[in-house]
Design a protein around this ligand. Structure first.
Ligand code: CAA
Length: 382
């Protein structure tokens, strides 16, 4: 594995860090309080080519590596994890499957739309009765000539409010159960019968939008079937293999922000007549936080590197997400502890980081699901 970044990766990382420092971090508390960031931020990100980092230039992307995208995602998440998840779902969950499985026509129309950032994408897999057991999904798609008619509800869909295109998984073989009989569709937002419900109330990530999407007789052209009929579930799993590396990067970004805030605070805050940075109890915490974060980042970069090499990365991505999300929770917890009473108050950012970190252990597969994926891969190896 190559540890050094190439020139392009270094350049886009620097640019994303500067963007996060100047255009995101100063406003993150305000956006969280308001329950969202302005749509214009995504336009700015698109103009800086941050919304299509790993996708071909011919389709409006930046034409860089998946690792470059991971570097950008960590930098943006350091500024605000809500913007981070917006970018993560748009890129690795919504744009990637079109690049990987789309026909030429689908790529021309939809990959260009998303990779250029002119439109935002969302990934609609979860339903009220199917979360970890994704193959239990019930949203139905019935064929009527050249169209499919979709009925049902998708739950907690990140980017619901912003999305112009939804990647929707639906059951095309009625009466089937489990992974068989599921297909994937590209559904435009303004299709009649598709309703985006009001934003869900969450513990954290208040700046990102999360909506239920209701489908009532939504007619989708057969041309918008992604991949082949009844073979949609493996598309979801393959997409999540990369998506999980993205969430690991988001977790690293949150942990980095908490560590940076802690290092700043311990030099400013005095107790017992000296800066608290002089106390070994604080120094040990910082040392552990930094070491854990570095280990999480290395696992994340390794998984991204494997994906760039076209090598299997299911297990590496699950390991990166499992480890980095735990590190994000633990590092943000220590950051609150280091800040003492101030850490519990919203005038300091660490209580927000703590709340934002928790969901990285839940979405794109809980930590328990990551362990299942890792164990299955171990047991399958001859
Ligand atoms: N790549 C390609 N195909 C895969 C695959 C992979 N990594 N993993 C499994 N498959 C294929 C299998 O080969 C199998 O195909 P065949 O039937 O053709 O052989 C099919 O998929 C079914 O596989 P399994 O039998 O392993 O399926 P399962 O029902 O046991 O489920 C699971 C496996 C890992 C538990 C899966 O349900 C899962 O990942 N659950 C978690 C769901 C999840 O992560 N949801 C995230 C929602 S999106 C989100 O959170 C976005 C956000 O807002 C941030």
């Amino acid at each position: 594995m190559q540890l050094a970044l190439n020139e392009d990766e270094r350049a886009i990382q620097d640019m994303a860090r500067q963007f996060a420092r100047e255009q995101i971090a100063p406003f993150a508390a305000e956006w969280a309080a308001a329950g969202g960031f302005p749509r214009t931020l995504l336009t700015q990100m698109a103009e800086s080519e941050l919304l299509g980092v790993p996708f071909p230039e011919a389709f409006g992307g930046a034409g860089l590596s998946f690792l470059a995208y991971i570097l950008v995602l960590e930098a943006i998440s350091t500024g605000d994890a809500g913007v981070g998840v917006t970018l993560a779902v748009h890129s690795s969950a919504a744009t990637y499957p079109i690049q990987r499985y789309g026909t030429d026509e689908q790529k021309q129309r939809y990959l260009t739309l998303l990779a250029s950032g002119k439109g935002i994408g969302a990934f609609a897999l979860t339903e009220p009765n199917s979360g970890s057991d994704a193959a239990a999904l019930q949203l139905s798609a019935k064929r009527d000539g050249d169209v499919w008619v979709l009925n049902g509800t998708k739950q907690w869909i990140t980017n619901g409010e912003f999305a112009s295109l939804f990647i929707v998984f639906a059951r095309t073989t009625q009466g089937s159960t489990g992974a068989k009989g599921v297909s994937c569709f590209l559904v435009e937002r303004d299709t009649a019968g598709l309703s985006v419900m009001p934003g869900a109330k969450k513990m954290g990530l208040h700046s990102s939008c999360t909506n239920d999407i209701v489908f009532e007789h939504v007619r989708v052209p057969h041309a918008n079937l992604l991949g082949t009929q009844d073979a949609g579930f493996p598309i979801a799993m393959d997409t999540l293999d990369g998506g999980r590396i993205g969430i690991a990067a988001q977790a690293c970004g949150i942990a980095q922000a908490a560590l940076d805030a802690s290092v700043r605070y311990v030099k400013e805050r005095s107790a017992f007549g000296k800066p608290i940075s002089d106390f070994q109890a604080i120094q040990w915490k910082l040392a552990d936080m930094a070491t854990q974060l570095d280990a999480a980042r290395l696992l994340t970069h390794k998984a991204a590197w494997l994906k760039d090499q076209g090598q299997p990365h299911t297990q590496a991505g699950a390991m990166a997400k499992l480890f980095a999300s735990r590190v994000a929770r633990e590092v943000t917890n220590e950051a609150v502890q280091i800040h003492g009473g101030y850490g519990y108050m919203s005038e300091f950012p660490v209580e927000r980081y703590y709340r934002d970190a928790k969901v990285t252990e839940i979405y794109e597969g809980t930590s328990e699901i990551q362990r299942i994926v890792i164990a299955r891969n171990l047991l399958q190896t001859p």
